[in-house]
Ligand binder design. Structure first.
Ligand code: LMR
Length: 397
């Protein structure tokens, strides 16, 4: 049966990871895959996570299944982290949630639920968006459409065109995928007023927002970065939120995330919950325990939460500091080109704004790796490679 299969190219981000690992250039710089790095280029286990692991090792009493919805404390604490403890949708019991393997598991499960309710339903994605959004939703059976988002000329959000497209072309019941914060790949986010406008637009047109929140805490703050989630939840009756703990808890390989669905009332939320458990049973059956237990231990302890919040702040401050340093170095090295937009963007990613040929040259001749769209992971920069990076960019321009 396999003779008919062609070898297909790997996902661009995964193949870049492998190429980087196999490159023997001593000066190589990894600005590809979105993982946080320290000034010495490591992606360490957070201290709060290490403490939670030690606690778990001492106290875990069984390896038996944890059941379809996953760890109940994890579910509750993550819902509160995303919405704030006192949000009315929580008091009204309108929120269904399920633990899922990473942000991707959450996105895919949401896609499967949509396709079960409305097979082939349309989902609107930003142009550009994270490359993996397309297979996650497309292979679940949804029809993908695009709304304009990033203006590469002016390095800003094309908000008026985004609204116009959704206003004129989207139909009631369509899904609108939005990056809750730290847009991947462009780093340009909606501001509070734009979130409000988008929420009103979704409400008035009957569009269902689906927020992907993979970088909570990496933009402006753990609470500040939930402005999109909270504004939507305040305004619309139904929405999806896929949350990843990969970045802000540094739990990348533990694959831990949460899918949250807000429904019109508690009865609908119960129905959604049962459907999600049923869908997950047919895909991964029961969720893995480790990552959820660590997050629940951290968020369930005031002391560990304080420590974790400080660790998230340290990561965020370092990224924002690097953004400023990158702007000074690039502007000094590349006469006549202004990179100051990088300082105004959020999270780990920004486009450098150079061509795919220039990106390829940076890789081949200087060992500097970034996605061909010129998306850089700012956290891959540090004191030892910033000058080399800026000088190399200047040479290829
Ligand atoms: C990225 O965009 O680099 C990360 O989200 C990792 C991934 O899975 O692509």
């Amino acid at each position: 049966m396999f003779e008919q299969l062609n070898i297909i190219p790997q996902d661009p981000i995964l193949s870049l990871m492998m190429e980087f690992q196999n490159d023997s250039n001593p000066n190589k710089v990894d600005l590809g895959v979105g993982v946080y790095k320290t000034p010495t280029g490591e992606t360490p286990v957070l201290t709060s996570v290490k403490t939670a692991e030690e606690y778990r090792w001492r106290n875990e009493a069984t390896k038996s299944y944890i059941g379809g919805p996953g760890n109940a404390d994890f579910n509750r604490l993550m819902r509160e982290l995303a919405l704030g403890k006192d949000h009315t949708v929580l008091a009204e019991q309108r929120v269904a949630s399920i633990q899922a393997p990473g942000g991707c598991g959450s996105l895919r499960l949401g896609a499967e639920l949509i396709n079960r309710v409305k097979p082939g339903n349309k989902i609107w994605m930003s142009n550009p968006t994270w490359a993996n959004h397309v297979p996650l939703f497309g292979e679940a059976g949804l029809e993908i459409a695009e709304y304009p988002y990033y203006d590469r000329e002016n390095c800003s959000v094309r908000f008026a065109e985004m609204c116009q497209t959704l206003e004129q072309e989207a139909q009631a019941g369509d899904i609108v995928l939005l990056h809750a914060c730290c847009h991947n790949p462009c780093g340009a986010d909606l501001n509070a007023e734009q979130w409000q406008t988008m929420a009103e637009l979704c409400k008035n047109k009957g569009l269902v927002p689906f927020l992907d929140m993979a970088y909570q805490g990496f933009g402006s703050g753990l609470v500040e970065d939930t402005i999109g989630v909270r504004t939507m939840a305040d305004t619309v009756e139904e929405m999806f939120v896929a949350i990843s703990c990969s970045k802000n808890f540094g739990l990348y390989r533990e694959r831990i995330g949460l899918l949250m669905v807000i429904a019109k009332d508690s009865h609908a939320a119960d129905a959604v919950s049962s459907q999600l458990i049923n869908l997950a049973r047919g895909i991964w059956s029961m969720p893995p325990a480790h990552g959820a237990a660590l997050v629940a231990t951290i968020l369930g302890s005031d002391e560990l939460t304080t420590q974790w919040e400080a660790e998230v702040k340290e990561m965020r401050d370092r990224i924002n500091g690097l953004r400023s340093q990158a702007v000074s170095k690039l502007n000094a090295a590349c006469h006549g080109v202004d990179f100051s937009f990088i300082e105004k963007e959020f999270g780990m990613f920004s486009f450098l704004g150079i061509s795919p040929e220039q990106v390829a040259k940076l890789k081949a001749e200087y060992g500097i790796y970034m996605v061909s769209s010129s998306r850089i992971n700012v956290a891959g920069l540090n004191d030892s490679n910033l000058d080399y990076f800026a000088d190399s960019v200047a040479k290829v321009l």
